[in-house]
Design a protein around this ligand. Structure first.
Ligand code: XMP
Length: 517
C-alpha cells in the first residue's frame, strides 16, 4: 500500500510490544511506515522497494536456535536497516557478531555516552541523553566493519553502526517516550540515512487508499455494516469517497443503542454523506430474543445470532455483493507473533459476521488495517465526519444488552438510555470526555428504597463507570472531581423516573472488566 507515490519504511515485526509505536513515530515524520511480519521474503521487500527497514524488538533470545530470523537475502538489497533491541541482536548475529546474556537483565533508564560524534544516527542527540532499556541479552562482539557509536553504564554496545551499508542498531527503545530524544533518532534514520522524502500525510493516505480501493473493487459492489462506532464509520466514509454508490451500508438498530444514536447515524450517512443505507429496525427481534435471559454469555449469543439473521437478510436484499468492508485496525489484526513462524492473526469479528452462510461469503475489504485508533480518528476528521462520531468512546457490539444487568426489557433499556445520556452530558460539560477511555452506565438487578418528596420509593439502582486505558486490556477508574459526580447523580435521580440510587464503580481492570457483563 502507498508504495508508489510515497517513500516507505518497513518495520519487520519480531513480536515486540512496541513495534506499532515504531511505525507511528516514523509516520509522525511524514514518511509512510508499514508493519510487516519478520517472515517477509527479500523478494517481497524488493517489490515494495522501501527506503529503509527497521527490525523491531521482540521477546525471544537470538541465542536459541529457533529464534525468529529475517530472510538473509535482505542484507543484499542495499537498503538501510535500523535494528532495535532484538533487531540489533539479529543484525549482529546474522553478520558474524555475538550476543551474550549478562548476569543481570537491564530494565529502565540509562544515559548515553556518545563515542562517535559524527554518527548520522546520533546527530543532534545530546551527550548523556536519557534512553529506555529493556533487555536480557546484549551484543558481546561486533561483526566486521561495524563500529561502536554509543554506550551506557551497563551496556557497551548501546548503539552501533556500519554506515557504508546504512546499517545501524540500538539496544535501547527510541520509540518510547522515556527515550527523550528517540523521535530525533528515528527522524535521523528515516530522513538522513534512508533519505526518505517527508511528503506523506493523512491526505495522501486517503488518495492512495482511494486508488487501492478502486483497483481492488473494480465495478463490484461492497457491503459495509455500520455500527455508529468510529472504525466502521471511517471505513464507510473512505470507501464511499472511492466508489460512491457501489457501496451499500447496512445499519441494524438492535434496540440496544444509546440515546439518539440511530438518528445520528442516519442523518450523518444518509443525509450528509448521501450513502446508500439500508436501515433495519430490528428492535423487536432483539428484544424477544432477550426476554427472560439473564446470563451474560447467553445474552451475547442471542444478540449475535439475531444480528447474523438480520444482516444476512439485508445482505441478500442488497443484491450482488462481492466485498464485505470492515473497520479492522492494526491492533485487531496482529495480536501476537509466534516465535516459530509467521504472525498469528486474530480478527475480532465485532458483529460476528464470520457466521454468515457459505453463499454469503465475501472477500474482505479492510482499508484501515494498518492504522491505530488515533490515526483513524484523524482520518475520520479529514473525511469530514462529525466530532460526535470521530471522538466517540468505544461501545460494545451487544450494546446496552450487557449493561442492563439482569433482564433486558424495553422499559429498562429506556431508563438506562436516559441515565447514560445524562452521565455523558455531564462529563462533556466538565470538559472531561477526551480524558476518559470509556464512560458507561449500568442498571443493576437490585432495587433500593429511597425517599422523594414525602414518598418512599422502591426503584432501580444504577452504577456509573469511567475508566482510563491504553488498549482496554487494563484500565483504571477515573478520578472525577466530586462535583461532576454530584451533578450527574442528582440529575439522574431527579430526571429519570425509575432510578433512585447512583453508585460510582471504583474497580480497576483487572480484577474487574470494563463492562459489567
Ligand atoms: P471488558 O469488559 O472485557 O471490555 O473489559 C474491553 C473492551 O471491549 C468492549 N467489549 C466488547 N466489544 N463486543 C464488542 O464489540 C463485546 O461483546 C464486548 N464486550 C466488551 C468493551 O466495551 C471495552 O471497550
Amino acid at each position: 500500500m502507498d508504495t508508489k507515490t510515497h517513500d516507505t519504511i518497513l518495520v519487520l515485526d519480531f513480536g515486540a510490544q512496541y513495534s506499532q509505536l515504531i511505525a507511528r513515530r516514523i509516520r509522525e515524520n511524514q514518511v509512510y511506515s508499514q508493519i510487516v511480519p519478520y517472515t517477509i521474503s527479500a523478494e517481497e521487500v524488493a517489490k515494495i522497494a522501501p527506503k529503509g527497514l527497521v527490525f523491531s524488538g521482540g521477546p525471544s533470545s537470538v541465542r536459541t536456535p529457533d529464534s525468529p530470523r529475517p530472510d538473509k537475502a535482505l542484507f543484499d538489497l542495499g537498503i538501510p536497516i535500523l535494528g532495535i533491541c532484538y533487531g540489533l541482536q539479529v543484525l549482529s548475529v546474522m553478520n558474524g557478531g555475538t550476543v551474550e546474556r549478562p548476569r543481570q537483565k537491564e530494565y529502565g533508564f540509562a544515559h548515553l555516552d556518545i563515542k562517535q560524534k559524527a554518527s548520522l544516527l546520533l546527530s543532534g542527540i545530546s551527550e548523556k541523553s536519557q534512553v529506555w532499556m529493556s533487555h536480557g541479552d546484549s551484543v558481546a562482539s561486533l561483526p566486521d566493519h561495524f563500529s561502536l557509536s554509543a554506550s551506557t553504564e551497563n551496556c557497551t554496545y548501546a548503539a552501533v553502526e556500519y554506515p557504508e551499508k546504512g546499517w545501524y542498531g540500538v539496544q535501547f527503545h527510541p520509540e518510547v517516550v522515556h527515550t527523550t530524544e528517540g523521535s530525533r533518532l528515528l527522524a535521523n534514520f528515516v530522513l538522513d540515512v534512508c533519505k526518505a522524502t517527508a511528503d506523506w500525510s493523512m491526505e495522501s493516505f486517503i488518495e492512495s487508499q482511494i486508488e487501492e480501493i478502486r483497483r481492488t473493487v473494480g465495478d463490484k459492489q461492497v457491503l459495509c455494516g455500520l455500527s455508529g462506532g468510529v472504525d466502521s464509520s471511517v471505513a464507510a466514509a473512505l470507501i464511499h469517497k472511492a466508489i460512491g454508490d457501489q457501496l451499500v451500508c447496512v445499519f441494524v438498530n438492535n434496540g440496544l443503542l444509546r440515546k439518539g444514536e440511530a438518528d445520528l447515524v442516519l442523518s450523518v450517512f444518509r443525509d450528509n454523506f448521501n450513502i446508500r443505507l439500508q436501515y433495519a429496525d430490528a428492535q423487536d427481534q432483539f428484544l424477544s430474543a432477550l426476554t427472560g435471559v439473564t446470563d451474560p454469555e447467553q445474552k451475547r449469543k442471542n444478540i449475535g445470532k439475531v444480528f447474523i439473521d438480520v444482516f444476512e437478510q439485508e445482505a441478500r436484499a442488497a443484491g450482488e455483493i462481492d466485498f464485505l468492508a470492515q473497520g479492522t485496525l492494526y491492533p485487531d489484526v496482529i495480536e501476537s507473533i509466534s516465535p516459530s513462524g509467521g504472525p498469528s492473526v486474530t480478527i475480532k469479528s465485532h458483529h460476528n459476521v464470520g457466521g454468515l452462510p457459505e453463499d454469503l461469503r465475501f472477500s474482505l475489504l479492510e482499508p484501515l488495517r494498518e492504522l491505530f485508533k488515533d490515526e483513524v480518528r484523524l482520518l475520520g476528521k479529514e473525511l469530514g465526519l462529525p466530532d460526535e462520531i470521530v471522538n466517540r468512546h468505544p461501545f460494545p457490539g451487544p450494546g446496552l444488552g450487557v449493561r442492563c444487568v439482569g433482564e433486558v426489557t424495553a422499559e429498562r433499556l429506556d431508563t438506562l438510555r436516559e441515565v447514560d445520556s445524562i452521565f455523558i452530558e455531564e462529563i462533556k460539560k466538565a470538559g472531561l470526555y477526551g480524558d476518559i477511555w470509556q464512560a458507561l452506565a449500568c442498571l443493576l438487578p437490585v432495587k433500593s428504597v429511597g425517599v422523594q418528596g414525602d414518598e418512599r420509593t422502591y426503584e432501580e439502582v444504577c452504577s456509573l463507570r469511567a475508566v482510563t486505558s491504553e488498549d482496554a486490556m487494563t484500565a483504571d477508574w477515573f478520578r472525577f472531581p466530586p462535583d461532576v459526580l454530584q451533578r450527574a447523580s442528582s440529575r439522574i435521580c431527579n430526571e429519570v423516573q425509575r432510578v433512585n440510587r447512583v453508585l460510582y464503580d471504583v474497580t480497576s481492570k483487572p480484577p474487574g472488566t470494563i463492562e459489567w457483563e
